[in-house]
Design a protein around this ligand. Structure first.
Ligand code: DX5
Ligand code: ZN
Length: 222
């Protein structure tokens, strides 16, 4: 049975001058807060890094789901685990040894996530699933919020779901990019059980209400 859905609003779509307020606005409604770290190398965009995560960690108790869109994750990822992130996800395209990095992250105190960008095939990574806690399928090209959901990415989600279920693995299957009321049901049907939503939550008049609506559409309660 698929566990109850995780809704993870992305603060990329929030007001960066008021990040603590943005996190407080989803307390009691969101399961995780998704933090997009971009380095202007792995992706063209530049966002926030470790000092901001360290400060924000003190402002809330919501678990942090850190999504590292950076080169050289071996060097930087453990710092986010040490800063108290619940889950730290790095990109498959950015490392030669994802299993070793996942191990390092778990030793540093967080869960370990592996992200697959739009143009990356999933097949080479299926055998790695027992070594990670989260598998994140990008449903856009990583780098910017507010892009259009790519339904073609759901084939990867289905494939991962098949393997998770066949091998009874405890892996969260997360989708990221263009997740909104119009798209979350198809992602859930394909087998995702964790949903990142930036624009759909922080672009809404009432972020907590938007989360509740997304959760209901994803098959969750409350
Ligand atoms: C983009 C980020 C996403 C982004 C999603 O590369 O990884 O987490 O915030 O934003 P929306 O939900 O607006 O597509
Ligand atoms: Zn993200």
């Amino acid at each position: 049975m698929t566990p109850s859905p995780i809704i993870a609003p992305s603060i990329l779509a929030a007001d960066f001058a008021r990040l603590a307020d943005a996190v407080h606005a989803i307390e009691g409604a969101a399961d995780w807060v998704h933090v997009d770290v971009m380095d202007n190398h792995f992706v063209p965009n530049l966002t926030i890094g470790l000092p901001v995560v360290q400060s924000l960690r003190k402002a809330t108790t919501i678990p942090f789901d850190v999504h590292l869109m950076i080169t050289d994750p071996e060097r930087w990822a453990p710092g986010y685990a040490e800063a108290g992130a619940y889950n730290v996800t790095f990109h498959a395209e950015a490392t030669d040894d994802p299993v070793a990095l996942a191990k390092t992250l778990r030793a540093a105190g967080s869960k370990a996530g592996l992200a697959i960008d739009r143009d990356t095939a999933i097949e080479p990574y299926l055998d790695l699933l027992p070594h990670v806690d989260t598998l994140l399928i990008m449903t856009i090209k990583a780098g910017f919020g507010g892009q259009k959901f790519l339904p073609g990415m759901l084939d990867k989600v289905r494939e991962v779901r098949r393997r998770i279920d066949a091998d009874s693995l405890e892996v969260r299957l997360e989708v990221d990019g263009g997740i909104a009321a119009e798209t979350i049901e198809q992602a859930a049907e394909a087998g995702a059980d964790a949903f990142v939503a930036g624009t759909a939550v922080y672009g809404a008049h009432d972020p907590a209400r938007a989360i509740a609506e997304l959760r209901a559409l994803a098959g969750g309660v409350g």
